[in-house]
Design a protein around this ligand. Sequence first.
Ligand SMILES: *Cc1c(COP(=O)(O)O)cnc(C)c1O
Length: 357
Amino acid sequence: MAQTPQARANVAAIPTYVPGKPPTPRPGLTTFKLSSNENPYPPLPGVVEAALGAAEAMNRYPDMGNSALYAALSDYLDVPVSDLAAATGSVALIYQLFNAFCEPGDEVVYAWRSFEAYPIAATAAAAVSVQVPVRPDGRHDLDAMAAAITDRTRVVIVCTPNNPTGPGVTQSELDAFLARVPSHVLVVVDEAYLEFVRMDEAIDGLATYRAHPNVVLTRTFSKAYGLAGFRVGYAVGSPAIAGALRAVSLPFGVSSVAQAAAIASLASADALFERVGALVDERSRVVEGVRAAGWDIPDAQGNFVWFALGERTDEFAAAADELGIVVRPFAGEGARVSIGEDEANDRLIELARTFPR
Ligand SMILES: *Cc1c(COP(=O)(O)O)cnc(C)c1O
């Protein structure tokens, strides 16, 4: 028998990413997708125009150096360009972090359940995932995470707010944690939902990265900024970390359209954040409505809420589908439901009232 090319052993072990499903079409009923934490608003007019302008030049490669985007981010965040790395979504940055910092067999520590791309990216890099269960209230167990660090640990991820459970870590919790992490271990603070945070003592990511050379922030234009379809995110870290991320990045990864849309979005940040404010108000309405219906759901600091349903998760997802909303079930654990259009949120509250508990 002729030998066939074999992928590395870790490749077969990569878990499959389960994307949020589109809603089942229901004649006579508007259906809503609440399964991917997308922003329900269309882009602001300046953003569409910038993207269309960039699309006119699609015969040209994008600016590989992302120079205009870095300049805009540098200005907006007040950080040097040397400390920035852009990529095709912050998911790409997480892949790049593992590839740049882990030898095969090195350990990465993160909370679980958390963002489903972490185990995929870790396995793809031939790293070993060390998953530390979140507390029953959906919070990171930072004590247990610090205790899980070994000689093999290269990277620790703090996802705040945590997808899919919802709570964020506080600055004092993060500071106490960082004091326990050895300085050669990279701490990734995944701030994908930063703009939705309204908690007391929320972390200041930029101040934290400035104070800790082993901290890198990952952020995205996919959620609050509503550019999920264009694929653009960025990291903020020391020049050594950001440089390593840029070194392992896919050449010409971030398209011209994505770069232009991101720059225009930063210029329209005030208008975008009005919409984010409206989503936060809707989140409060949903959390209150769901709790009033008798559910004990965790604090929600992202654009989603979490129902810890255990074995009843699939039943809940099916009941949601009947009402024309599609949620993101994690079989045997729970369902994450994005904050969407007002009517979609109404239906979620209705589901919380009618689903037998
Ligand atoms: C959505 C999400 C991301 C990244 O999304 P991109 O679209 O790849 O930028 C990263 N981390 C968490 C926790 C997320 O939920």
